[in-house]
Design a binder for this molecule. Structure first.
Ligand code: APR
Length: 244
């Protein structure tokens, strides 16, 4: 990729008061976790209309939990890759202030990132659809149709299509988005709202938008800098430029 541009992005980050990263499933593919919409992505294997919506798990809990066990199984041995590690290092150096992630794999936290906003929740916990009680995901995995002690159905504490994002998560994400000077948009197709809206909102508030993706995403048109390649290669190079 263009080192000159990388150097320009490094300079913008060093001059910035607030730097935010918005990440998607593409940052975890080099950890062995398939993303959703690339070739062989999750939605090429499981029909999004049968597995992705909240009423899917309500109507067919056993079937949806079967897919979830595969997803959660993929996460068990997954380790942070150089992209996650680079973002954690940027935060430690004081050049990254928040990660807003759409991912539920906890790999940012495993890499050492502290300020991680999980826009779509997480797969560490299960939540009861009736009484909202939270359990460790392992409690749910032991049952074919996971149920709460109150009898309610359990689902992972992640946001399914058709579910609202928690207000405080949204308010936190909007606060960072509207006040950041640089937004790194990494490994997301930027097709799912409200996450997909955040780069345009940051841009409206004069942020520099940096797209890091294997290929042009839906925000390519508003990116000030685009780097096409593997996040696991580009981000460590960006950290090297910052440390110069
Ligand atoms: N490096 C950089 N980019 C990558 C890499 C990589 N190694 N691997 C994949 N990508 C890119 C793909 O080109 C694609 O643009 O990451 C993006 C992944 O897009 P999606 O699969 O759509 O994932 P995401 O944007 O996170 O999806 C958003 O959709 O289904 C819902 O809730 C789910 O959070 C998810 C949301």
């Amino acid at each position: 990729m263009e080192r000159r541009n990388l150097n320009e992005v490094a300079k913008a980050i060093k001059n910035a008061k607030l730097v935010v990263a918005l990440t998607g499933a593409g940052i975890s593919t080099e950890s062995g976790i398939p993303d959703f919409r690339s070739k062989n992505g999750l939605w090429s294997k499981f029909d999004i209309n049968e597995y992705g919506y909240i009423d899917n798990i309500i109507k067919n809990p056993e079937k949806v939990w079967e897919m979830l066990r595969i997803l959660i199984g993929n996460l068990k041995d997954a380790r942070p890759n150089p992209a996650h590690i680079a973002l954690a290092e940027m935060e430690k150096l004081g050049y990254l202030h928040a990660i807003i992630t759409q991912n539920v794999d906890s790999l940012h936290q495993k890499a050492g990132s502290k300020n991680v906003i999980e826009l779509h929740g997480n797969f560490r916990e299960a939540v009861c659809l009736k009484c909202r009680r939270i359990y460790p995901i392992e409690y749910a995995l032991k049952q074919s149709i996971p149920r709460c002690e109150c009898g309610g159905l359990l689902k992972p504490n992640a946001i399914f299509f058709g579910e609202p994002i928690s207000k405080d998560t949204l308010i936190k994400s909007l606060g960072y988005t509207e006040n950041c000077d640089v937004m790194l948009v990494i490994g997301t197709s930027a097709m799912v709202y409200p996450a997909a809206e955040l780069p345009a909102m940051a841009k409206q508030n004069r942020a520099i938008i940096v797209e890091i993706n294997k290929e042009p995403s839906m925000i390519a048109g508003i990116a000030d800098h685009s780097f096409y390649g593997k996040a696991g290669e580009i981000l460590p190079e960006l950290v090297e430029e910052i440390k110069v």
